[in-house]
Design a protein around this ligand. Structure first.
Ligand SMILES: [Ca+2]
Ligand SMILES: [Ca+2]
Ligand SMILES: [Ca+2]
Length: 442
């Protein structure tokens, strides 16, 4: 009986000798060790490619391609011998790190479904963020009107000043700021949150894979809320001044105090202003000072379809080398209809159209603007710090200014080329975090 079946199987396999294909079989355990499996399986016309789990009788086998329903016949024939428990096809498996967050499917720019997303899942196979090769926490300062620090997808990633006791009206850590426990609030009130800031913060660092809401580009990162209640140069400078101070303390104390801020997100600005004129000297100045301490400032350009090189913009038209200026791309990868550009001043495009992220009251929602494009780049800078191998990351500690420029160079070098951004941006392309991650590992 067995021989007849074997012949039938062999003839089935031999009747379509076009291409060979791999299958996986599981033998019934009792058959093992009676005669060598390779020989036993050969009697069924099966060639063993390699044992997979020998103790369980699982083998990868190679058979000629069987056309049209052939696999089903092959399986039926093999199973009918009573010698096999299973036979199945060998399916390709791709490396795929996606988060289990319920609204992840809405995040076209991050979840890898959109062709014109940033390639985050590719980068996540190296790191999902949080600490660098030296084991230090990576901090991103988010300068905003307000952030919902109690949002359940943000609260675990909010930076706190451990040297400060909140709400006692004393500057406990003597850094010049009273009660700066949750970062800095230039108008001294407790932040309850505001949609814009909460949305921006979520793109950079909403907790990933926690079964809640969305995944930020960094699943674990420290988000430093730097709040300003008025939109004025003085308020912005005061906010940046806080970041500068915390980074200085961190460097001087060798990580014992302060904050390891590697990037600042600035999704605000002044339309049509000339940053490089005598009217705005302090902007470039403070970006350069932060840059010297290894901080990259990522800034949003105007939500107007105009050429920033001609009409000016603060801060995206500022000439400091330590800023990355970002415009908004849509789900087709093209520059959004209402977004600034400039071959000289605007560095690259990043997804900023219909972006889902956190909003107050434990919710998520969609928003569009250069404000949403910018945190994609800011979050990427932070993630690159986490991905950088030790020998590369050492440079950050030896030459922070040089490292800030190095990270900027990697981001701009690795963009996905995009026709609608050619001649309109420095790089002529769109943020590709997956490619940047590979580059920093070279
Ligand atoms: Ca303080
Ligand atoms: Ca205090
Ligand atoms: Ca989440």
């Amino acid at each position: 009986m067995k021989n007849l079946l074997s012949l039938a199987i062999v003839s089935l396999l031999c009747s379509f000798p076009s291409f060979s294909k791999s299958f996986i079989v599981k033998r019934k355990i009792k058959q093992i060790n009676v005669i060598p499996e390779e020989i036993a399986l050969a009697s069924f016309g099966i060639q063993v490619e390699k044992p997979l789990v020998q103790d369980l009788g699982i083998y990868l086998i190679n058979v000629p391609e069987v056309k049209g329903g052939g696999f089903t016949s092959l399986r039926t024939s093999l199973l009918s011998t009573g010698e096999f428990e299973y036979i199945q096809e060998d399916h390709p498996v791709t490396q795929r790190l996606v988060s289990a967050d319920p609204r992840f499917y809405d995040q076209w720019s991050i979840n890898g479904d959109g062709e014109f997303g940033i390639g985050a899942s590719e980068a996540w196979s190296y790191s999902t963020g949080g600490t660098d090769a030296a084991g230090n926490d990576i901090v991103v300062a988010v300068v905003e009107e307000g952030i919902s620090i109690t949002h359940e997808d943000l609260k675990d990633n909010i930076w706190i000043n451990k040297g400060e006791i909140p709400k006692n009206k004393i500057d406990d850590d003597n850094n010049g700021y009273v009660d700066d426990y949750y970062g800095y609030d230039s108008a001294p009130s407790v932040p309850t949150g505001e949609s814009h800031g909460t949305h921006v913060a979520g793109i950079i660092g909403a907790k990933g894979d926690n079964d809640k809401h969305i995944a930020g580009i960094n699943w674990d990162v420290k988000l430093m809320p730097v709040l300003m209640k008025t939109f004025s140069t003085s308020s912005v400078l005061a906010s940046y001044g806080y970041v500068l101070k915390q980074k200085k303390i961190w460097l001087e104390s060798k990580g014992q105090a302060g904050a390891n801020v590697v990037a600042v997100n600035s999704s605000f600005g002044i339309n049509g202003a000339d940053c490089n004129s005598e009217k705005y000297p302090l902007w470039n100045d403070i970006y350069n000072e932060m840059g010297k301490l290894g901080i990259v400032n990522v800034v949003a350009t105007a939500n107007r379809a105009w050429n920033v090189d001609n009409v000016g913009d603060v801060p995206s038209g500022c000439s400091s080398d330590y800023i990355i200026s970002v415009t908004n791309t849509d789900e087709d990868g093209k520059i959004y209809g209402q977004a600034g550009f400039g071959q000289k001043f605007i560095d690259l495009g990043a997804p900023g159209t219909e972006i889902y992220s956190t909003i107050p009251y434990n919710m998520v929602g969609g928003m569009t603007g250069t404000s949403m494009a910018t945190p994609h780049v800011t979050g990427s800078v932070a993630l690159l710090h986490a991905i950088a191998p030790r020998n590369v990351n050492n440079r950050y500690y030896n030459d922070p200014a040089g490292f800030a420029l190095f990270i900027k160079k990697i981001v701009l070098q690795t963009v996905a080329p995009e026709q609608s951004l050619k001649g309109k941006t420095v790089s002529g392309g769109r943020l590709d975090l997956g490619a940047a991650a590979k580059k920093i590992l070279e």
